[in-house]
Design a protein around this ligand. Structure first.
Ligand SMILES: [Zn+2]
Length: 407
């Protein structure tokens, strides 16, 4: 075996030489290939550093997009800080290689913009109808911004007169990022309705004054700037102040009669007339006011008086007329002295019986048991005002509303 090895020694060297030659070439080739891969890798390595725009509150996606040979290698890079996308601003984020932090830095600009305008809201109606000569009361507004928060106090309010009958109120606000929002409220000055077109409402209250209901009625009338008419009964010294307040508030004071007892007051023409005159005198004595209007207890059309004296209303009306008094009945009955026991029913009875473009004399009561009437009054007034009805106290110009005398 040794001999054989020694005999082929020369040939063996040749083989080894050939093997060395091939291995060196392969190594070089691999090195070249490796360099090529590295070089190609550097050429195909891409980092998307293009500017990113976010809205305030948007979630900023972590990391930056990087590829090599088209394959994702975003996780090779690490950001030096995060974006606070709750605050508008320009952020520059630096990305470095996790393995070779000193090798290279990629910088990306992130713009966080507040491009959401504030939310401006008007309280009340966008279209306001204002009576001529009445002051405008601003119903209010609120403004909330997604970034600045409540900026109601930054709202700029301007009133512009377009013409005698029309104004515009503008509301404008800009948030700290310059986003603008504006709204408009239209204010129409109502042209007075011609008299023949007016729906006139004469609210009348019978059987008072009472110490509980009458002051409430007066408060509600005052609060709404409405004048009405009170047909009162006999009152004691404790109620004088209430009667004076009725007059001081500008309401009309009418005479219903000293007593409301049908049997007594309709006993004769004299007792009927005296029942009016004695109360009229008491009013003069306690207030210096001369009443001019009367209302028959039960109305001029009552038939109950027939039980006590025939023709008493006919003759009583005539005698009162001769003394300068006019009597008033009603053409809208709230029925608050009848079946209407709650505010809703009283409201419905009044509002459904009003006739447009004419004088409506509304019968209500302010004696002690009529809390429901006081409860309904504000709504009745508001309904009338919304419908542009004219609320007035009875005076010499009021068309006479009288029932047909039945006795
Ligand atoms: Zn009465």
């Amino acid at each position: 075996m040794r001999d054989f090895v020694s005999t082929i020694n020369e040939n063996t060297e040749i083989v080894v030489y050939k093997k060395h030659f091939r291995f060196d070439n392969m190594l070089k080739l691999l090195i070249v290939l490796f360099i090529l891969i590295i070089l190609l890798g550097i050429f195909t390595f891409k980092v998307d550093t293009s500017k990113k725009v976010l809205s305030v509150g948007d979630v900023h996606p972590q990391g930056i997009k990087a590829t090599i040979y088209g394959l994702d290698c975003s996780n090779w890079l690490k950001a030096d800080k995060d974006v606070d996308s709750s605050k508008p601003g320009v952020y520059f984020i630096n990305y470095k290689f996790k393995l070779f932090p000193g090798f290279r830095t990629y910088t990306q600009e992130i713009d966080v913009l507040d491009n959401v305008p504030p939310v401006l809201q008007l309280a009340g109606e966008k279209e306001v109808h204002l009576q001529r000569f009445k002051d405008y009361a601003e119903p209010g507004y609120t403004c909330i911004d997604n970034y600045d928060g409540d900026i109601t106090d930054r709202v700029d309010v301007k009133a512009t007169k377009i013409n005698d009958d029309y104004y515009e109120i503008s509301y404008e606000v800009r948030d700290s990022s310059g986003n603008n929002v504006s709204l408009l409220r239209m204010v129409y000055i109502d042209v007075p309705i011609p008299e023949e077109e007016q729906t006139r409402i004469y609210l009348t209250f019978d059987d008072g004054p009472s110490s509980n209901v009458t002051p409430q009625i007066l408060d509600i009338l005052d609060a709404n700037g409405v004048k009405a008419t009170f047909f009162i009964c006999g009152y004691g010294d404790d109620k004088v102040e209430i009667v004076r307040r009725v007059l001081a508030s500008g309401h009309t004071l009418g005479v219903h009669g000293y007593t409301h007892d049908y049997k007594k007051l309709y006993a004769s023409v004299d007792s009927l007339v005296n029942n009016f005159i004695e109360l009229a005198q008491r009013i003069v004595d306690t207030t210096s006011y001369n009443p001019k209007f009367i209302r028959f207890p039960g109305g001029a059309s009552n038939t109950i008086s027939r039980k006590y004296s025939r023709g008493v209303v006919t003759q009583g009306a005539q005698r009162m007329h001769e003394m300068g008094y006019e009597y008033f009945d009603w053409n809208v009955d709230s029925d608050d002295a009848g079946r209407a026991k709650d505010a809703d029913t009283i409201f419905n009875n009044v509002t459904t019986h009003i006739k447009e473009k004419q004088a409506n004399v509304v019968l209500m009561h302010d004696s002690a048991g009529h809390q429901a009437t006081a409860d309904a009054l504000d709504r009745i007034i508001k309904y009338c005002q919304e419908n542009r009805y004219v609320l007035l106290p009875i005076d010499e110009n009021t068309p006479v509303v009288q029932h047909t005398i039945a006795n």
